[in-house]
Design a protein around this ligand. Structure first.
Ligand SMILES: *[C@@H]1O[C@H](CO)[C@@H](O)[C@H](O)[C@H]1NC(C)=O
Length: 193
């Protein structure tokens, strides 16, 4: 390679990093959500007009990516499991479950899936198999974890759901033997059952 060609290549590489600074960044905020999305890109951005004071509530200083998709379904899907209250006395006055219009006891093995995986009710009332912590459990899909909307009363002022979430009842965490500090956010795999 001649000196001129070599300089040209360096200039092009430099230009790419200047144009797409995200490429050179390892972590942080919305970028983290994008990284976890595994081939599913944000469809838009939610900018709340005011902040809410609870922990994990939306902040007006931040914007939140929204997603219509979830990572493509494979035999074993990587996901982040979070804890959800399916009961009528849930914080933030949450609505009944989307699939059946009912509240559920947190002693039931039930989950909500991110919008893309929820697939317009297609997984409603079907079981998924969740593997984590060396154990496995069947849980029924009863609700959507909304990846498109959030930061409002209806969603308890929480940001939109990440695209790769299995939002599970306490019973699911118990069945997997995950306790104490580890409850809240946990990497799992799941498959259709
Ligand atoms: C969970 O998975 C994400 C992405 O797949 C990874 O970046 C993170 O380090 C994992 N967390 C733990 C605690 O293993």
């Amino acid at each position: 390679m001649t000196m001129t060609n070599c300089l040209l290549v360096l200039a092009i590489v430099g230009l790419v990093f200047v144009s797409f600074p995200g490429l050179s960044r390892g972590d942080g905020g919305a970028h983290r959500g994008r990284e976890l999305a595994g081939g599913c890109k944000p469809s838009g951005t939610l900018r709340p007009t005011r902040s809410h004071s609870c922990e994990d509530c939306c902040s007006a200083r931040q914007s939140y990516p929204t997603y219509t998709c979830s990572p493509a379904i494979t035999g074993s899907n990587n996901a982040v499991m979070t804890l959800n209250n399916f009961d009528a006395d849930g914080e933030g006055g949450s609505d009944p479950s989307e699939c059946d219009g009912m509240y559920h006891s947190n002693t039931e093995l039930v989950v909500a899936l991110s919008t893309g995986w929820y697939a317009n009710n297609r997984r409603c009332n079907k079981n998924i198999r969740i593997n984590a912590n060396g154990r496995s459990v069947l849980a029924k899909v009863v609700d959507e974890c909304d990846s498109l909307h959030g930061c409002d009363k209806e969603h308890g002022y929480q940001p939109p759901c990440r695209p790769n979430v299995v939002d599970a009842s306490q019973a699911v965490w118990d069945a997997l033997g995950i306790t104490g500090e580890e409850v809240g956010e946990y990497n799992i795999t799941w498959s259709d059952a």
